[in-house]
Design a protein around this ligand. Structure first.
Ligand SMILES: Nc1ncnc2c1ncn2[C@@H]1O[C@H](COP(=O)(O)OP(=O)(O)OP(=O)(O)O)[C@@H](O)[C@H]1O
Ligand SMILES: [Mg+2]
Length: 245
């Protein structure tokens, strides 16, 4: 297993944000953390990234316990819910940021930025600033920036939450294709079941800091194991979605 949480607990001032969370994701897979607002999805991502420490339990990456490894050493790319691009940097400089931090050579940075601009189909837009882009374009840049230092794992925290429904649909399809092409192990946070079902190989359903169920979209829909799962997942919407494919 490539990313693993074992019996992880996390409290904030006595509030239990993660309760005995365990799951494992295979290399190259795309998992969705699905659950309502406040259920603890972002908390889980932040602990995997090393931005927060669990109170107890283990986090493993490629079979190695990383609880004590600094965030910058974990080989993780993070795309946040809100546009976290640097406003006063061009698109190209935003993408180059992680490589500058790693003190890569100028030539190497230039080549990698060009490769990523090409990947996100924004070759002509490298000199623009974030305010000169659409919401969808900004999230594509955020994706390229996260990928630039060649992370082992990509974490995406509701990357399309601030984007309107039509563009969001296009971006989902785009993202699934991109991640397939890059072949990177990814965890995608969402509270939208359709988004989770369309994008992920596996869904980890979270409620009140606990894992309710883990399975493929079809398994979660056809055999909800808990009352919460049965309530939260609307099987009719899933069938409608599958029939459209
Ligand atoms: N730094 C913090 N201090 C105190 N409480 C926190 C902190 N971070 C998160 N929490 C609490 O932990 C719970 C889980 O928060 P979290 O952000 O992980 O939820 P979420 O599932 O990502 O929600 P959303 O879908 O709204 O983003 C919430 O009740 C939240 O208020
Ligand atoms: Mg969140």
């Amino acid at each position: 297993m490539y990313v693993e949480m074992r019996h992880v607990n996390k409290t904030f001032d006595g509030f239990h944000a993660s309760r005995d969370v365990s799951f494992a994701i295979k290399k190259g897979h795309m998992a969705a953390l699905l659950g309502p607002s406040g259920s603890g999805k972002t908390t889980i991502l932040r602990m995997i990234a090393g931005l927060d420490q669990p109170d107890s339990g283990d986090i493993l990456i490629d079979e190695v316990r990383v609880n004590d490894l600094r965030a910058s050493k974990r080989g993780i790319g993070f795309v946040f819910q809100n546009y976290a691009l640097f406003r006063y940097m061009t698109v190209a400089d935003n993408i180059a940021f992680g490589l500058e931090v790693q003190k890569k050579s100028k030539a190497e940075i230039k080549a990698r930025v060009e490769e990523l601009l090409e990947l996100i189909s924004m070759k002509e837009l490298g000199k623009r600033y974030p305010h000169q882009l659409s919401g969808g374009q900004r999230q594509r840049v955020a994706f390229a920036r996260a990928l630039a230092p060649r992370p082992q794992i990509l974490l995406l925290d509701e990357p399309f939450a601030a984007i309107d429904a039509k563009v969001r649909q296009e971006l989902r399809t785009w993202l699934k294709e991109m991640i397939g092409r890059v072949g990177i192990t990814s965890i995608f946070v969402t509270h939208d079941q359709e988004e989770a079902m369309e994008i992920a190989d596996r869904i980890i359903l979270i409620n009140q800091g606990k894992v309710e169920q883990i399975g493929t979209p079809a398994e979660i829909c056809s055999c909800p194991e808990t009352e919460f799962a049965a309530d939260f997942i609307d099987a009719r919407r899933f069938e409608a979605l599958m029939s459209m494919k």
